[in-house]
Ligand binder design. Structure first.
Ligand code: SAH
Ligand code: F3S
Length: 443
């Protein structure tokens, strides 16, 4: 009988994509993928280290897995915690068998073989090998309709608070030919939407022009967007955009190509120039507003979302007021708010984490409440309008309803008796809920 592997994924879309890739490779090497940890011979936990809380979750989960089944599965730690902590994981969790870094997704079967040959605690924190393939089998994708396509890995920005440049290494972009071919294949397989993903998609900088020859644009990313749009894939989203590298030609490309979706995720982190400098973001508030204006002044109505950190070292009430003002001005369709969490090894970890937890919480709640009101007004403004929805499944709330995302990346629930999953249809919005829209299919 074949050995079975179960992969549990925490964290961001890049981890989801890495798990899909690891699963593809494992199946090729002769393993079966299990549907639960209890049933597996090998359990891999793909981990996140963006904030301290995420990291604590990993160790808790490993302890749980140990007690889970009498099969005593082999346990592997993948992802950012594996890459950052390496061997040190064994001190906290001695019965971990494998430590699999962020670039070792294609070598897991070899690591399992080494364990079977009698080695103990195998560790692979190396770079990707030459010619390792980005192929992901359609059966391993997280959805039959929506696919994540990494275009750039790693990060060179070194924002002072952020662990990603250490956990994921330097930026490496795939060639446009590879990306475009993958999107074409996905289209043939019936996928309706791709998300071009990367820590900073708009910093895309491939080693060669290969595959970009026929598309124009102000930056390699703008050219890639047009090349991917020309594949005819029904919907194309991309995330995350980095403010300093945001070129208005991105908005122009979205205006030209209806299949480039009307949504930009542009994390700002703070509304105070003083804090932005401390964060080493490389942009000021005024620069950010220029990009926001380009997005908001588009001929297409665009959705804008962002990330903000409250309680960065030295953040005063005045700094926080500036963040509140920025949020007022930007009118975000959605906002992820985080309390600053000091990450060992980052430049900011040497600053005093001097905003008390209670004040971080107060600021978090105030910002969240105001964003909720602003967002509500935006959501209500959709009432009466039709949006294009990719039907992804049954609504969790009601058996009669289906659910999906709009091109502007809002959750839309609607009533339907006849619709098939994977269809793209127009839904007229009749109601705005807290974090979703509700409507009726239009014929
Ligand atoms: N590459 C993206 C996202 C990086 S991680 C960017 O350019 O912003 C996702 C979000 O987590 C960040 O945008 C930031 O808001 C948050 N984050 C990262 N490090 C953090 C930390 N140390 N404490 C709190 N939030 C953090
Ligand atoms: Fe992190 Fe800044 Fe890169 S937030 S992922 S270091 S752009």
């Amino acid at each position: 009988m074949k050995s079975t592997v179960y992969i549990e994924t925490m964290g961001c879309q890049m981890n989801v994509a890495d798990s899909e890739r690891a699963a593809t490779n494992l199946r090729r090497a002769g393993y079966d993928l299990a549907t639960s940890a209890e049933a597996a011979d090998v359990v891999l936990v793909n981990t996140c280290s963006i904030r301290e809380r995420a990291e604590q979750k990993v160790y808790k989960r490993i302890r749980q897995l140990r007690g889970l089944s009498s099969r005593k599965p082999l346990i592997g730690v993948m992802g950012c915690v594996a890459q950052l902590e390496g061997e040190a994981i064994l001190a906290k969790a001695p019965d971990v068998d494998m430590i699999i870094g962020t670039r070792a997704t294609d070598r897991i079967s070899t690591l399992i073989e080494r364990l079977r040959d009698g080695e103990r605690a195998v560790i692979d924190l190396d770079e990707r090998g030459p010619g390792e393939s980005w192929d992901v089998s359609p059966v391993e994708r997280h959805s039959p309709f929506v696919a994540f396509v990494p275009i750039i890995e790693g990060c060179n920005k070194f924002c002072s608070f952020c662990i990603v440049p250490y956990s994921r290494g330097r930026e490496r972009s795939r060639t446009a030919t590879e990306i475009v071919n993958e999107v074409k294949r996905l289209r043939e397989l019936g996928f309706r939407e791709v998300h071009l993903i990367g820590q900073n998609v708009n910093s895309y900088r491939p080693r060669s022009e290969e595959g970009l020859e026929k598309s124009t644009g102000a930056t390699p990313f703008c050219r890639l967007l047009r090349a991917v749009a020309a594949t005819g894939m029904a919907r194309i989203k991309f995330t995350t955009s980095f403010p300093r590298d945001f070129h208005p030609d991105i908005v122009a490309a979205i205006e030209e190509w209806p299949n480039l979706c009307d949504w930009v995720h542009l994390p700002v982190q703070s509304g105070s120039n003083r804090i932005l400098k401390g964060m080493r973001r490389g942009h000021l508030v005024a620069d950010y507003f220029r990009s926001v204006d380009a997005i908001k002044n588009s001929k297409r109505r665009m959705s804008l979302t962002s990330d903000i950190i409250v309680g960065f070292p030295g953040e005063t009430d005045a700094d926080f007021r500036e963040t509140m003002n920025l949020v007022e001005r930007c009118q975000y369709d959605g906002l992820f708010i985080f309390k600053y969490s000091s990450r060992p090894g980052t430049p900011a970890s040497r600053f005093m984490d001097d905003v008390p937890e209670s004040l971080k919480k107060t600021r978090f709640l105030e910002l969240e409440a105001r964003q909720f009101e602003l967002q509500n007004t935006i959501y209500r403004s959709y009432i009466g309008r039709a949006v294009s929805v990719l039907v992804e499944g049954q609504s969790a709330r009601s058996e009669k309803d289906l659910t999906g995302h709009s091109t502007c990346h809002k959750v839309v629930n609607f009533q339907s008796d006849s619709t098939q999953l994977g269809e793209i249809l127009n839904v007229r919005i009749t109601e705005a809920k807290s974090y979703s829209l509700y409507g009726q299919q239009v014929n």
